[in-house]
Write a protein that binds this ligand. Structure first.
Ligand SMILES: NC(=O)c1ccc[n+]([C@@H]2O[C@H](COP(=O)([O-])OP(=O)(O)OC[C@H]3O[C@@H](n4cnc5c(N)ncnc54)[C@H](OP(=O)(O)O)[C@@H]3O)[C@@H](O)[C@H]2O)c1
Length: 305
């Protein structure tokens, strides 16, 4: 099968190549999915799980891209819950080959049925960004109606999802980003916008929840904005500064079929939309993942059978 492969960590996305790889065999409780669309998350090639398996063994040449939408074409031994011919979407295991390929073997528990009226490109854009936003707000941040939520990077893939979901949950949403992201963030549901290039972040005052996708200095300064009893949720690694009288949580998203189905329901109802940037074919994926100009939104690779 055709696949995008990475072999050199130092080379990053520039070292990716389109090549022939053996079609994977579905293992116990796996399904084999014919990939129709796949997503690549910025930073993926820096994650330790990209380069080794769970025993620490080198897993190059590896196939990146953990967001996927496609059609089940075979079941592994003992697999239940999904059937051949079913449209599915979800996240592939961080330690296994991903979905920038014609086929991928995935644990069935990491997938949910993709409704027929959601196309594969949209389906592949949702899982990581949508589940990260959902889990950060509801599972870890425990957001409630009436609370104030500061969403960093609110025009980006995760942040735009978090802004929409927090607003629908009845929170007051303050989005942040670069100056040029103001209208996009407001369009995704932020009530207010803080331009991190020109405004003073500290003018936001106290909030119940900070959802941080930026980390670094912004993450450290955000801890002081959490009011007593509030929470700082980060998806950029261990929290470097904690709220004086609140919780600090960093987490890595997990696939959750029930939550995926909730996201799909909201998309179908017109209550949730995704910031999709560039859509390219597998043949053009290496160029699309090495853009010469900055692309806003998630890059999706469309894979045709
Ligand atoms: N832990 C997890 O489970 C998990 C899951 C998903 C993602 N992540 C991580 O979360 C981060 C965000 O992912 P994403 O997919 O949402 O990325 P993204 O689509 O690139 O969104 C990031 C947003 O933040 C903005 N931004 C970046 N740096 C900024 C700065 N210094 N000042 C102001 N705005 C800035 C970007 O604006 P521009 O487009 O103008 O740069 C963009 O709007 C990544 O580091 C990713 O690896 C973690």
């Amino acid at each position: 099968m055709k696949a995008i492969v990475a072999t050199d960590e130092a080379a990053g996305t520039a070292g990716m190549t389109l090549t022939e790889r053996p079609k994977p065999e579905p293992g116990l409780n796996d399904v084999l999915v014919e990939v129709r669309a796949a997503g690549f998350t910025s930073g993926e090639l820096t994650w330790p799980s990209t380069w080794v398996d769970r025993s620490g063994h080198d897993r190059t040449p590896l196939i990146p891209g953990h967001d996927l939408a496609g059609v089940v074409v075979a079941l592994g031994y003992g697999t239940t819950g999904l059937s051949v011919g079913q449209r599915v979407f979800g996240i592939t295991d961080w330690y296994r080959d991903g979905a920038l390929a014609e086929y991928v073997a995935v644990e069935a528990r990491n997938l949910a049925p993709l409704p027929g009226d959601i196309d594969f490109t949209l389906g592949a854009s949702l899982p990581i960004s949508g589940l990260t936003a959902w889990q950060g707000l509801f599972d870890h941040g425990r957001v409630r109606a009436g609370q104030s939520v500061l969403v960093h990077g609110a025009a980006g893939a995760v942040g735009s999802m978090a802004a929409q979901l927090a607003r629908e949950a009845g929170a007051h949403v303050i989005g942040t980003g670069r100056a040029g992201s103001r209208q996009t963030a407001l369009g995704f549901g932020a009530h207010e916008f803080v331009d991190l290039e020109n405004d003073a972040l500290e003018d936001v005052g106290q909030v119940d929840l900070v959802f941080d996708v930026l980390g670094g200095d912004i993450g450290r300064r955000s801890a002081a904005l959490v009011r007593p009893g509030g929470t700082l949720v980060s998806v950029t690694g261990p929290v470097e500064a904690r709220p004086a009288d609140g919780l600090a949580i960093d987490f890595v998203v997990v696939s959750d079929p029930a939550q995926l189905s909730e996201l799909a329901r909201r998309v179908r109802d017109g209550r949730l939309r995704m910031a999709i940037g560039n859509v390219a074919t597998l043949d053009d994926a290496v160029a699309a993942l090495n853009p010469t100009e900055h692309v806003k939104g998630k890059t999706i690779i469309s894979v045709h059978p």
